[in-house]
Design a protein around this ligand. Structure first.
Ligand code: PLP
Length: 405
């Protein structure tokens, strides 16, 4: 019998967020076992819903959304995105620089494919949102991870970043606000990252999909606003800010010194045209979502549901012997540290698997985010407080006797 194997291009691609633990959870759920899922940043199943106007505007526009659009997107959506970027002080923009995508995900893949030749290096944070590492690797790039430092509120370690740059390095990726740590980078740190990029003439890719989900009055600075002389690409979308992850709408904004990237931009245009266009019904609500008062800000203000759940998880995790966590400032994730010596943990996927089997709680192990040691895991704190409380009680019970063999 002929056997079909996956492309060898996928052989080195790291993407552990799905994988044996999630597959086992799916089997358990199929057998009727209730699993507490703290593993995926998908707001809708946890009772977070899009603003009504977003839904009704999409319905009203369906008839006009039947055909392909311009490959970068419809004019009104791109204008709204451009104005949003202008309000972030992103410099040197024209309508040509705005691309819509089926989520930021599609554009991350496109941006990596258009740039990287075999062996080109790109700096990506550890921990990261693992799609970045996967797409850069699939494109033939060599991913070099720079460390984000838990002792310094998970900010990037700039010495580590700079010492990993060499002649083959083409770009730095930052994820700000950050998944999985919930960090928000202060302006002076971003200025120092720009200085590094400037010294080595690197492209800056900034994933800012959580920029409207800030808590405690933190301010977000878009790094592209600090780098008018460099070529920057800023990614965002409505999946998280408007709780419509399933609608698939994101964007990418090219800014700053576009002369540096003339040929690269040609490559981006080619790939953008090859996928014809992004989902047109979802483009039709970008103006509604960005232009008016429609937002989910209420979830992240002082008394908002996301903030209260964040406060709960932060306190409760720090109460569990052997665990500690830095307080997240944005998004809906935290990245607790495990005292691996106490529990003899040497394999964090095994830890996640054992927890799932014994307590029916599903988490993603830290190495799934390209973290460097088996001593962290990520919690998505979107579920209601009662569910988070139950999950934390189970984690505490589990750890009270756990010793990895
Ligand atoms: N970037 C980060 C940091 C994310 O956490 C996610 C989704 O979780 C994405 C990008 C993908 O977003 P989209 O739904 O727009 O594809």
């Amino acid at each position: 019998m002929r056997e079909f194997k996956k492309s060898s291009k996928l052989d080195n691609v790291l993407y552990d967020v799905r994988g044996p633990v999630v597959e086992e959870a799916d089997r358990m759920i199929a057998r009727g076992i209730e699993v507490l899922k703290l593993n995926i940043g998908n707001p809708a199943p946890f009772g977070f819903h899009a603003p009504e106007e977003v839904i009704s505007d999409m319905a009203d526009n369906l008839r006009e959304s039947e055909g392909y659009s311009n490959s970068k997107g419809v004019w009104a959506a791109r204008k709204a995105i451009m104005q949003y970027a202008q309000n972030l002080n992103i410099p040197n923009l024209s309508m040509d620089d705005i691309y819509t995508g089926n989520g930021a995900s599609e554009l991350i893949n496109l941006a990596m494919s258009a740039l990287l030749d075999d062996g080109d290096e790109i700096l990506i944070p550890a921990p990261d949102y693992p799609l970045w590492t996967a797409c850069a690797t699939l494109a033939g790039g060599k991913v070099v991870h720079y460390i984000c430092d838990e002792q310094s509120e998970w900010n990037p370690d700039l010495d580590d970043m700079e010492k990993k740059i060499n002649d083959r390095t083409k770009a730095i990726v930052i994820i700000n606000p950050n998944n999985p740590t919930g960090a928000v980078y202060p302006r002076d740190l971003l200025e120092r990252i720009v200085e590094i990029a400037r010294r080595h003439q690197l492209i800056i890719f900034s994933d800012e999909i959580y920029d409207r989900l800030l808590m405690d009055g933190y301010q977000h600075t878009s790094i592209a606003s600090l780098a008018p002389d460099l070529f920057c690409v800023t990614f965002s979308g409505l999946s998280k800010s408007h709780m419509i992850a399933g609608f698939r709408i994101g964007w990418m904004v090219l800014s700053g010194n576009k002369d540096m990237a003339r040929d690269y931009i040609e490559g981006i245009k080619m790939l953008s045209s090859m996928r014809l266009c992004s989902n047109v019904p979802a483009q039709s609500i970008v103006q509604t979502a960005l232009g008016g008062t429609q937002s989910v800000k209420g979830y992240v203000n002082e008394t908002g549901r996301v903030t209260r759940q964040r406060d709960f998880i932060y306190k409760r995790i720090n109460e569990i012997p052997g665990l500690s966590v830095v307080k997240p400032k944005a998004a809906f994730y935290c990245f607790p540290k495990i005292d691996v010596e106490k529990f003899n943990i040497h394999d964090d996927m095994q830890f996640a698997y054992d927890l799932l089997k014994k307590e029916h709680v599903l988490l993603v192990q830290g190495t799934g985010f390209n973290w460097i040691a088996p001593d962290h895991f990520r919690i998505v704190y979107l579920p209601r407080r009662s569910v988070l409380g139950e999950a934390c009680d189970k984690i505490e019970d589990f750890l009270s006797t756990y010793q990895q063999v």
